[in-house]
Design a binder for this molecule. Sequence first.
Ligand code: ZN
Length: 229
Amino acid sequence: MPAKGVVLLSGGLDSATTLAIARSQGYECHALSFEYGQRHARELESARRLAAALGAKEHLVLRLDLRAIGGSALTADIEIPKGRGAETIAAGIPITYVPARNTIFLSHALAWAEVLGARDLFIGVNVLDASGYPDCRSEFIEAFERLANLATKAGVEGHGRFRIHAPLIALSKAEIIRRGVQLDVDYGLTWSCYEPQPDGRACGLCDACLLRRKGFAEAGLSDPLPYAA
Ligand SMILES: [Zn+2]
């Protein structure tokens, strides 16, 4: 029997690549997405298509109302920053940071893993070419792994250790894209933009679009998504 893995799947490029890596390592993948009150449903559509295309055993979409908490441009009526340079993006924690999001998401992944009998959790965080979110760093991943083994019945009764896998953590966006292409990820199914245009194109100017386009350019590949700008 293959080992089970719970894979956080947002619908973006990083989580799609992470799912493909987990599958290539032989895991039976249980994909987990959240309808958390994000500004648009486009990325959830992508998550559903990716879960099917990349061979997830099942895909669970949990509802969480982070909009009731707000505090982020992704969950409140706050303008999305546009047209920022790579240095500005790397310089601080932007308003698109969603308070404690990866802690919230991993906690749900851990609960589901405990029920499934899975001990391996996968998350597509990366620190290079990222937006400086504190819950994307290796210190956070290591701390959460300790927590997982302290905070669960499965952990304290010694039924195998939980491991948090962050296979992209030290990769640049270009390296992530090249890895995904090797694993036949169709990046046309992924979605990164924070502010899709009414005609369905990506905005081309938000941090997520800029980092994605820089990654494709550095990888020497063309991005299959259409952009408005
Ligand atoms: Zn965008």
